[in-house]
Design a protein around this ligand. Sequence first.
Ligand code: ADP
Length: 404
Amino acid sequence: MLKKLILVLNCGSSSLKFSILDPSSKKTYVSGIIERLFLTKTAVYIYTDHKEYKKILSDYTNHEDALKFVFTRIKDKYLNYYNQIYGIGHRIVHGGDKLNKSVIINHKILQIIKKFSIFAPLHNPANIIGFKISKKFFPHLKKNNVAVFDTAFHSSLPKSSFLYAIPYKFYKKNKIRRYGAHGISHNYILNKTSKVLNKSKNLLNIISCHLGNGSSVTAIKSGKSVDTSMGLTPLEGLVMGTRSGDLDPAIIFFMHKKLGLSIRVIEKILTYKSGLLGISTKSSDCRYSEKNYQYNKNSKLAIEIFCHRVAKYIGAYSTLMKERLDAVIFTGGIGENSILIRKKVISKLNLLGLYIDKNLNNNVKFNKNYFINKKNSIKILVIPTKEELFIAKETKNLINKKNI
Ligand code: ADP
């Protein structure tokens, strides 16, 4: 039987996504998500061309049990696809400064991923569980597991972007620096923009805005990431669903010393209770604040602050482009879907030569027309991100190289 499929695993902190796809034809055969891990009513959704399957698992299901459930179901119900899988691609959030390109996972690589759990304590351990359980269910593919890193695309950051202005020894000794994240998405966007604009990657100067539950902006100059809004961890930068993004570090001292909050509680507040949720006071979902924009002052504020921050980064990153900015691209759940956010962000950037076309912005049709800019504007595009496809292609390429 011709083996042509790649299984892509994306083990997040509280959810787990998977796809079985053909990187050549780009067709996805089976995909799914498990939501609410470690909470009540953990739910599994599995999608195929014709069917959707939903099941509620037992409360507080962990990654290991969730994966075992999914893999067993794939083997039982989709044996034909199971048998065609020849490689497994794992999205790994943090590769630190050691792993700056995709690699086949072996013992040594696993140790490095473990080591950098210190900077991604919610993600890297989950990614490792993904690898371990895959090895059990796909023992014949033990040597065909590939790690694709979210930090790798940002390994080109210059020191002026990645160093923090704290004593240098913290970088040298403790590796405290900007690593960025969402690199898989930004890299995919670069490749796709290069195709859409019919211009070679290394000639492109673009600003990629991945706006979702987690959000980041990346400045890409001559095809390389030269600055990005996420930092040592994905907490820095834009306003996110529940994360604060940028703030004065003195706020943490104030909360600790004056308000008596422990560091653990402050970490929780900045990670899970801030962002759109914190400002709107109701929901981390951008759709909620959009819906209530006209009627509720906090929802309006959430949207305004979110857009202000995105525009601020685009403005700042335009200064890195020197002679030319080719395009600004929106992607991610919010970037792809929110007419209001795109309109508000771009309306603050007319000075840079960015003007949105209302009609195009209101009627984005992927695959037909990615552009939403006016004729006299720098190009503005909306491109759906396809992180799974990027991971599958990397996996295929590495396995093919190994087998040459
Ligand atoms: P993640 O970072 O978890 O991958 P996504 O990129 O899927 O997140 O983005 C999820 C967010 O996208 C949701 O929280 C929601 O706020 C936003 N979103 C989805 N659809 C819309 C829409 N039609 N309008 C505005 N926001 C949307």
